[in-house]
Design a protein around this ligand. Structure first.
Ligand code: G6P
Ligand code: MG
Length: 216
């Protein structure tokens, strides 16, 4: 394996909780019941598609202008949560893995559905680790479509089947598998059943395991 692709939200930083809070606020406003389990299906899914799903859940149809207004409202709410983010919000042992790979000159990419990905990476000071950043502003087909990861592989100059993807979302694991990449789930094994390997977080990933991927 000689290309490592990382999702952002829920893999590198715990922004999933802020996305949840912002969607929950909007769901309450719309009178749609929304649980953390519902939020699992929002992970890795584009902002627009998330709102469509939320409205479907509440059997609500809205004019386009109102739909667009709610998208802005959700994002402004989300941005208010992430405004204060700094390095302390990097998930445990992520820097250990990034440094390990960087020391070995392994090309790394970010592959995120978020349009806020660059801003977040900057806040937590990790931008420089990635040769390329593919985010929600650059794709036409959202996860589970493999496009975001295929673009990342192409920019890294690595064949898709020599890429590893770290993902916390069901949609992201599906996208990685469809791209013919090695999918590594970060989260609950009961949830991420389609991932090739699953770890609860990076503290469970040993350097021996990373090394075995490099030799793969
Ligand atoms: C990530 C998150 C999703 C979020 C999406 C779009 O993939 O896991 O929950 O909906 O990005 O994020 P954005 O910051 O563009 O609203
Ligand atoms: Mg994610």
């Amino acid at each position: 394996m000689n290309g490592f692709i990382f999702d952002l939200d829920g893999v590198i930083v715990d922004t999933a909780k802020y996305h949840y809070l912002a969607w929950k606020n909007l769901a309450d406003e719309l009178g749609v019941p929304f649980t953390e389990e519902d939020n699992e299906h929002f992970k890795g899914v584009s902002r627009k598609r998330c709102l469509e799903i939320l409205l479907e859940m509440g059997n609500i149809s809205l004019p386009q202008s109102e739909f667009d207004r709610l998208l802005v409202e959700k994002n402004e709410d989300y941005l208010s949560y992430i405004e204060q983010m700094d390095e302390s919000e990097i998930l445990p042992d992520v820097p250990k893995v990034l440094n390990y790979l960087r020391e070995r000159n392994i090309p790394m990419a970010l592959g995120s559905a978020s349009k806020n990905a660059r801003a977040i990476l900057k806040k937590v000071n990790l931008t420089e680790y990635f040769q390329t950043i593919v985010d929600g502003t650059q794709v036409t087909a959202a996860k589970p479509d493999p496009q975001v990861f295929l673009i990342a592989a192409e920019r890294l100059g690595t064949d898709p089947d020599a890429c590893v993807v770290f993902e916390d979302a069901l949609a992201g694991i599906e996208a990685a598998n469809r791209a013919n990449m090695l999918s590594i789930g970060i989260g609950e094994p009961e949830t991420l059943t389609d991932a090739r390997h699953v770890f609860r977080d990076f503290t469970e990933i040993s350097t021996a395991f990373i090394e075995s991927l490099l030799d793969h």
